[in-house]
Design a protein around this ligand. Sequence first.
Ligand code: 13P
Ligand code: ZN
Length: 274
Amino acid sequence: MSIFDTEVIKGFIRMCNDGFEQGWHERNGGNLTYRMRTQEVLQCKPYFKVKGEWTKMSVSAKNLAGEHFISTGSGKFFRNVILEPQNNICIVEINSDGDSYRIVWGLENGGVPTSEFPSHFMNHTVRKDATNGETRVIYHAHTTSVIALTYILPLTDKVFTRTLWQSATECPVVFPGGIGVVEWMVPGSTEIAIATSKLMKKYDAVIWAHHGMFASGPDFDITFGLMHTIEKAAEIYLNVLQSNRPVIQTITDNNLREIAKYFGVNLAEEFLDN
Ligand code: 13P
Ligand code: ZN
């Protein structure tokens, strides 16, 4: 038995590899964090090796005090996670004040959790509250087509939500609440963490202009599926633009309402026109 036999570590590694295979993780691009269940912490605890002191963070959250997160390492490549998980991912524990972390497993050749940990942490605190503790996964990926769209569409929640809803019939069912958009900001900064988490109060996915996307969810499947669905819709929209053919029909706002009614989801009306 090793830590790699636990379902949670297996699931985390698989998600990193799936993302890499989609082409969303060039070099060290993207990062993933997972807020562990008590049972999962107990399963992994026999393999813990507490390293170093507590590191103070630029952000804090009372509702994450004492939590454990699995995190990709800063500067580590998603393509290497499956080969050497112990050197590319880690488990961190948050202190009782919710303002510092320490590594309790992993990154055996040295390293720190992702440079986007402030954004992940702020998104975890907000999504944990917004979903009554259901949200456990925060995923950042450099999704090619979504990034491309941030150069040609106005950077508003409404334009991106409606455009993507209209780009594939499943979209309003998968993200009925819409998507938020953060203008270009310096990655890794406290400012982008705060701006993203403000939108995460309302949305489960947020686009970072000219950079990528953040998706959240209760488990690896749902979160990966959300990222995948949004990115695929963006790809379809771009394919249509690149076809150089005029759009002669689309999914209308009333069609979107019909889908929502049929599937019993609450579609955010604010993004529809007529
Ligand atoms: P890290 O390697 O620190 O996770 O950073 C990658 C990234 O995507 C920054 O936005
Ligand atoms: Zn990034």
